[in-house]
Design a protein around this ligand. Structure first.
Ligand code: CAA
Length: 264
């Protein structure tokens, strides 16, 4: 695919946005390619997705400013919807997603990282929503997801001031989970993805659904959401294998924990 490369290693897919001459900025074609790459994932085999950017300078430097510069109000809204629909698709993908942020994550780049479940960053990563300096609001979910992730006070400060922050500050405010030297980032993201992919896929997917849907509900409804998803795991082969393995291990403590979960 033109601007997006997909590689699969076992149950882990790595999707690389590949437009390095423009620091992987998101024009309509890149958004279309990303959408097609997501639609093309075989969710019967892929259990965790890593998203990263090509090169060692930028994850995604934002939506394409050249393309946006001549849009009308209606076209601007439509462009926002195009990005929002895609990022919501990524956010609600049944499998876990990890953004490996290998450099600039500005505007639409930060928004893409925030539509993933987990963000890991390289030491050179820079995060921000520079839109107010360009005369627009964030347009691919930035006003909503940043406030939910790091709290409204800090999010408002960053969005209103258009100030970019480095990886250490992103770690401090909880925007990213961990920071690595550039060359260690992708291996760390793949390692985490493989660990996730090694756990029972039905349970992992149910956990994602429970956390995402529960965050949008009040606590009374949210715990019911969890109860239903908890219940849905029972009688599955994965539940029988996982619990059976634990019980067997008790009889024989030398038994190595390894369950080949089946996704059934
Ligand atoms: N759109 C289009 N092209 C971009 C781009 C973007 N968001 N970001 C970088 N590029 C292009 C540059 O125009 C340049 O192209 P040319 O070589 O053809 O001139 C190339 O990428 C390299 O960029 P720089 O020469 O600027 O590289 P730098 O190292 O000096 O600076 C940077 C890097 C600080 C990231 C700088 O490029 C920059 O500030 N980019 C814009 C970041 C930004 O404002 N992003 C938000 C966009 S708005 C948005 O995303 C709205 C939304 O929510 C949907």
């Amino acid at each position: 695919m033109g601007y997006v490369n997909v590689e699969t290693e076992g149950a882990v897919a790595v999707l690389t946005i590949d437009r390095p001459k423009a620091l992987n900025a998101l024009n309509s074609e890149v958004l279309d390619d990303l959408n097609a790459a997501i639609d093309g994932l075989d969710l019967d085999t892929v259990r965790c997705l890593v998203i990263t950017g090509a090169g060692d300078k930028s994850f995604v430097a934002g939506a394409d400013i050249g393309e946006m510069s001549t849009l009308s109000k209606a076209e601007g809204e439509a462009f926002g919807k195009k990005g929002n629909d895609l990022f919501r698709k990524i956010e609600t993908l049944p499998i876990p997603t990890i953004a490996a942020v290998n450099g600039f994550a500005l505007g639409g780049g930060n928004e893409l990282s925030m539509s993933c479940d987990i963000r890991l960053a390289a030491e050179n990563a820079v995060f921000g929503q520079p839109e107010t300096g360009l005369g627009i609001t964030p347009g691919f979910g930035g006003t909503q997801r940043l406030a939910r992730l790091i709290g409204p006070g800090y999010a408002k400060q960053l969005v209103y001031s258009a100030r970019n922050i480095k990886a250490d500050e992103a770690l401090r405010v909880g925007l990213v989970n961990a920071v690595y030297p550039q060359e260690e980032l992708l291996p760390a993201a793949k390692k985490l993805a493989a660990t996730i992919a090694g756990n029972a896929p039905i349970a992992v997917r149910a956990c994602k659904k429970a956390i995402n849907e529960g965050l949008e509900q009040n606590m009374d409804d949210a715990i019911v959401t969890e109860e239903k998803l908890f219940g849905s795991c029972f009688e599955t082969e994965d539940q029988r294998a996982g619990m059976g393995n634990f019980l067997k291990k008790k009889d024989d403590p030398t038994k190595v924990r390894h369950v080949a979960f089946q996704n059934k």
